[in-house]
Ligand binder design. Structure first.
Ligand SMILES: [Zn+2]
Length: 366
């Protein structure tokens, strides 16, 4: 059976994984690649049908040579077939990621898209002694139940972090993943700079620039040692450095505070990259969809706003208030002089610098 996605034709073979719902992830990554400098060698790890690497090359002028690897023979054969179908050439290896990175260290971009957690594959990715001092990696985690707190012990085991299991668990999960990646990278003197990181449809995706620098690696890892602080009683939220955290009672209601993490406390993305993506998106009609437009628009609005979104429905249920549409509350908060925006993390969620007390008061006054 054949299908098309973006500019690629893809032959689908039984036994080789292809999830059409992950198109949005591939669309966003392909668009991100359009903002990067020349990529002489692009690696599609865990390639399955090869759809990602093939799309990235067909849709972007800055991609030169393609390398694929997968430990499944069927996937290797399927990728070779799909390269031919799209009149492309590429090198396809059969083997696992550790074996791959031991032998092929010279590349500019790498896609790590395994089944479940990427954690077991990161040491070899960052260990390799690359020639390039700046490169780009795209990492997917589909173990969202682990990162979002449904399996707390698994998160402690895999990521060394305590996950939150409340309305902000998706942002905390994303920040736990970034904290973990930054710490693995720092061991090998790599710093991470997130260009774009997000949660959607039960997967986490982080699109990173990585820089080889011992000094930058220290600041990168320093950004990764924060707790997410949450008051179950009044929904007060904050972040604190794990090495200086001493607060145990909520400053608003005096309830005992919960803390989660460690999390990444740096930016989730960069405005200039998003602006460039938005500009390039206009020229790429094959990427056009309401979903993509909404994603780019909301992400640009929320970047740079304070940490941790709030869920309006959860607040209204807790404080016995009538739920209000997100856009109405965002506008009202702005009218009252606060920063506020919708968030990609959920349609009933918003990001603001107003405190929980000020948000509740604003809803009451609506
Ligand atoms: Zn409280």
């Amino acid at each position: 059976m054949n299908t098309t996605e973006g500019l690629a034709k893809i032959s689908l073979v039984p036994g080789v994984f292809f999830n059409p719902k992950m198109k949005i992830s591939r669309d966003i990554t392909s668009l991100w690649i359009s903002t990067l400098p020349k990529l002489n060698i692009l690696v599609d790890g865990f390639c399955a049908s090869g759809v990602r690497g093939i799309r990235y090359k067909l849709e972007n002028k800055n991609v030169s040579h393609l390398i694929f690897f997968d430990r499944s023979k069927k996937a290797v054969l399927n990728t070779k077939k799909n390269l031919k179908l799209n009149n492309l050439v590429g090198t396809v290896f059969e083997g696992n990621s550790n074996k791959f990175f031991c032998n092929y260290q010279n590349f500019d971009f790498c896609e790590i898209d395994p089944f479940g957690s990427p954690a077991p594959f990161l040491d070899s990715l960052f260990w390799a002694d690359y020639k390039q001092k700046t490169r780009f990696v795209s990492i997917t985690a589909t173990d969202s139940a682990v990162l979002c707190g449904a399996h707390k012990n698994a998160c402690i085991k895999i990521y060394g972090a305590k996950p939150a299991h409340n309305f902000v668990c998706h942002e905390v999960g994303l920040r736990i993943l970034l904290s973990f990646i930054a710490k693995v990278a720092a061991k090998y003197d790599w710093a991470i700079i997130p260009h774009l990181s997000f949660y959607s449809l039960h997967f986490f995706k982080v699109l990173l620039e990585i820089r080889k620098s011992a000094t930058a690696a220290v600041s990168s890892v320093n950004q990764s040692n924060f707790f997410y602080i949450f008051c179950q009683n009044c929904f007060y939220q904050s972040k604190e450095n794990i090495f200086s955290y001493s607060q145990s009672l909520c400053p608003i209601c005096n309830n005992k505070l919960n803390y989660f993490g460690p999390i990444w406390a740096g930016e989730l993305g960069q405005k200039k990259i998003l602006q460039l993506m938005k500009k390039n998106y206009k020229k790429k009609s094959y990427l056009h969809s309401k979903e993509m437009e909404k994603f780019l628009e909301i992400y640009l609005q929320e970047l740079g706003l304070p940490y941790f979104y709030y869920d309006i429905h959860k607040i209204c249920s807790k404080y016995k208030l009538m739920p209000q549409p997100t856009s109405v509350l965002v506008e009202k908060l702005k009218e009252n002089g606060f920063l506020a925006s919708k968030t990609i993390f959920g349609p009933t969620c918003l990001r603001t610098n107003a405190s929980i007390v000020q948000i509740v008061q604003t809803i009451k006054n609506l």
